[in-house]
Write a protein that binds this ligand. Structure first.
Ligand SMILES: [Zn+2]
Length: 202
């Protein structure tokens, strides 16, 4: 009953971010802002072919501290969001210090959005949720939102192991212990299936 919203290591019950289809888990086609070229170039036919086979697109996004000039990142992001919209795929977003630019880029995207590795302010968490985005909280950061989440519940919230290698079951238990909120594993699983568009399955 576990679901890992974001990892780079192939495993079952996880959305695995990778350039190629992983041996296990659901596939999110990675197009990381850190690894973009210095100037914009249209993704090739191979990308569009892979996107049709993938379960999601990402991580994609914006990073003020790493990768090419932010204007180049924005151009890539808009192109990738348009492709995901056309293919009907949800997206996994990496975002560092670019709230306004991200909100602007997402304005025309109507598919499901996951903000991964979230460790921002309570105010920003509420903004993401108000936009209908899913938010996967970085391990440990949940302590900051314990009061808020106890009051509003865990709808739209997820957990992830990213590249830590920690087991998602252990992460769920840690979140439960450190927030005093029960049911993380089940509720995150429900949110995961909704995000990925398989809410009818178990
Ligand atoms: Zn990652």
């Amino acid at each position: 009953m576990y679901a890992d919203f974001h990892t780079h290591r192939p495993k079952a019950d996880a959305l695995v971010s990778a350039r190629e289809k992983p041996g296990q888990g659901l596939w999110s086609l990675e197009f990381h802002p850190w690894h973009l070229p210095a100037s914009f170039q249209m993704p090739g036919e191979a990308f569009f072919h892979d996107l049709r086979r993938a379960d999601a697109l990402g991580e994609i996004g914006l990073d003020r501290l790493r990768g090419p000039d932010i204007a180049v990142q924005i151009r890539f992001l808009k192109t990738l969001l348009a492709a995901a919209g056309e293919a009907g795929k949800p997206v996994v977003i990496h975002a560092v210090r670019c709230d306004a630019e991200l909100d602007a880029a997402l304005r025309d995207f109507s598919g499901n959005v996951l903000i991964h590795g979230f460790r921002g302010s309570e105010r920003r968490l509420l903004e993401h949720l108000a936009f209908g985005r899913f938010v996967s909280i970085a391990p440990g950061a949940w302590k900051k939102y314990a009061g808020l989440l106890a009051a509003r519940g865990l709808s739209g919230i997820g957990l992830e192991s990213d590249d830590t290698g920690e087991d998602i079951a252990a992460i769920c238990l840690r979140a439960e212990r450190e927030t005093g909120i029960s049911g993380w594993a089940e509720l995150c699983r429900e949110n995961f299936l909704r995000f990925i568009g398989k809410a009818g399955e178990k």
